[in-house]
Design a protein around this ligand. Sequence first.
Ligand code: BTN
Length: 235
Amino acid sequence: RRTEWHQSIDSTMHRAAELAAEGCPAGTIVGADIQTAGQGRLGRTWHSNDGGLYFTMILRPKVEMRDLPMVTMASGVAVADALQMFAGVSVDLRWPNDVMVGERKLVGILAQWHAGAVLAGIGLNVSQSAFPDDVKNIATSLARETDRIHNKQVLLKAIAASVETHVEILETSGVTAILRLFANASSYVSGKRVKVELPGGDVVGTTAGLTPDGFLLLRKDDGEEITITAGGLRP
Ligand code: BTN
C-alpha cells in the first residue's frame, strides 16, 4: 500500500484530499507525527502533538453518499477491533464514532467525502502522558491505559487492515451487519444515561437503540422518543 509520512503537516485531511483528487488508489494513507491544524468533528480542533498517531486513509467504498455515517461507524468498529487485538486494551464505542476507555477518549474519527473518495481520518493517542488543559480530564492514551509504549507503524498497519476488512463487510453484508457489530461493541447504544449536545441546547435521556440508518434513539425523561442524527454524547 502507498503510505506518505510527514514529520509535520497542517492536517492529513488536506493532503489526503489532494491525493484523492489526483485519483490515488484506495487504501492510500497520509500520516504524520505532528499536525499543526488537526481537525476534529463539529469544527473542533484536534490536538496533534508528538506522541499520537494521526493519519487519513483514502477509501473508495462501493456505497451511496448517504452511507457516509456507516463508513464512519465501520471504521470505529475496525479501530476498536485492531486495538483490542494489537494493543490489548478494552475499548468502548461511543456513538457515533469515538473510541473510549471508560469515560475517556482514546481515538477520534472524522470521515468526509472528497472527490468521489472517503477520507477516513483517525487520531489515536499513543504515548502521551499528559494532555492540554481543555481535554486533560476527557482524553487518554494507550501508554496510560497499558503502561507500554506501542509502535506507531505496527498500530497503523493493524488499523488500516481492519478498516479495509470492515469496509468490505459493509459492502458485502450491508448496513445491518455493521450496526450489529457496532451495537455489540458499544455500551452507549441502549440503556445508557447520556446528555446530548444539540444546537437548541442539551437534552438528557436514556439511549434506546439504533435506527436502520444508524441514528441513535433517545428516550427523554418526559417519555418522548427522539432520533439523534448528529451531535456529541456526554455521560
Ligand atoms: C473527533 O473530533 O473526534 C475526530 C478527530 C479526528 C482526528 C484525525 S487525526 C488525523 C486526521 N487529520 C485531522 O486533521 N483530523 C483527523
